[in-house]
Design a protein around this ligand. Structure first.
Ligand code: S3P
Length: 168
C-alpha cells in the first residue's frame, strides 16, 4: 500500500497541530491544518461558526475540507478532534492517533486554548466525549503513539513508523 497523505487524529488539545508542524518539517512535506483552513475560508473563528451556524454546519465544512485536502498527496494533515467521528477520511491516508490521556490534555491546555474550543467549555462533558471517542480514534488509526510525554520524546517514534511505510 502506498499512502497518499499522513493524517493526524486525536482529541482536542492532544497536540496534533504541534506534532504535524514538526513532522512535516522532518519529512519535507507540506503541513495543513483543517481548523485553520476552515477559519480562513469562513473568515470566522470556530467559536463563531458554532455559535452562528451551529455544529452540524461546522461538521459539513470539515467533511468538505478533508475531502478537498486528500485530493492532493504528500502532505501532513492535522484534523480537528471531531473529524474521525463525523467525517470519512480517505482510505489512502496513513492515520496517526496522537494518544494522550484526558488528564494530560487538561493540564496542557491553557485557559485561552480551552476558550477557543466550544466542546471544552464544560470539563466533565469533555471527559465524557473523550471516553466515547478514544476507541474510535484507536480503531481508525494505522498507528497510535503514546503522547503522554512531550513532543520531542515521542516524535521519533512516529517518524520511525512512517519511514518504514510508503507515503507519496
Ligand atoms: C472539535 C475539535 C476542535 C475543533 C472544534 C471541534 C471536536 O479542534 O475542530 O472545536 O469536536 O473535537 P482541535 O482538535 O484542534 O481542538
Amino acid at each position: 500500500m502506498v499512502y497518499d497523505n499522513i493524517v493526524l487524529i486525536g482529541f482536542m488539545g492532544c497536540g496534533k497541530s504541534s506534532v504535524g508542524k514538526v513532522l512535516a518539517r522532518q519529512l519535507h512535506k507540506k503541513f495543513l491544518d483543517v481548523d485553520t483552513i476552515i477559519e480562513a475560508e469562513q473568515n470566522s473563528s470556530i467559536i463563531d461558526i458554532f455559535e452562528t451556524k451551529g455544529e452540524a454546519y461546522f461538521r459539513s465544512l470539515e467533511q468538505k475540507c478533508i475531502n478537498e485536502l486528500t485530493q492532493n498527496t504528500g502532505q501532513v494533515i492535522a484534523t480537528g478532534g471531531g473529524v474521525p467521528i463525523h467525517s470519512t477520511i480517505s482510505e489512502k491516508s496513513l492515520i496517526i492517533y496522537i494518544d494522550a490521556d484526558f488528564d494530560v490534555i487538561v493540564n496542557r491546555l491553557s485557559a485561552r486554548e480551552r476558550q477557543k474550543r466550544p466542546l471544552f467549555n464544560d470539563e466533565s462533558r469533555a471527559r465524557a466525549l473523550f471516553d466515547q471517542r478514544k476507541n474510535i480514534y484507536k480503531e481508525l488509526a494505522t498507528f497510535s503513539v503514546d503522547a503522554n510525554q512531550t513532543i520531542p520524546t515521542f516524535i521519533h517514534v512516529i517518524v520511525d513508523f512512517i519511514l518504514d511505510k510508503r507515503v507519496k
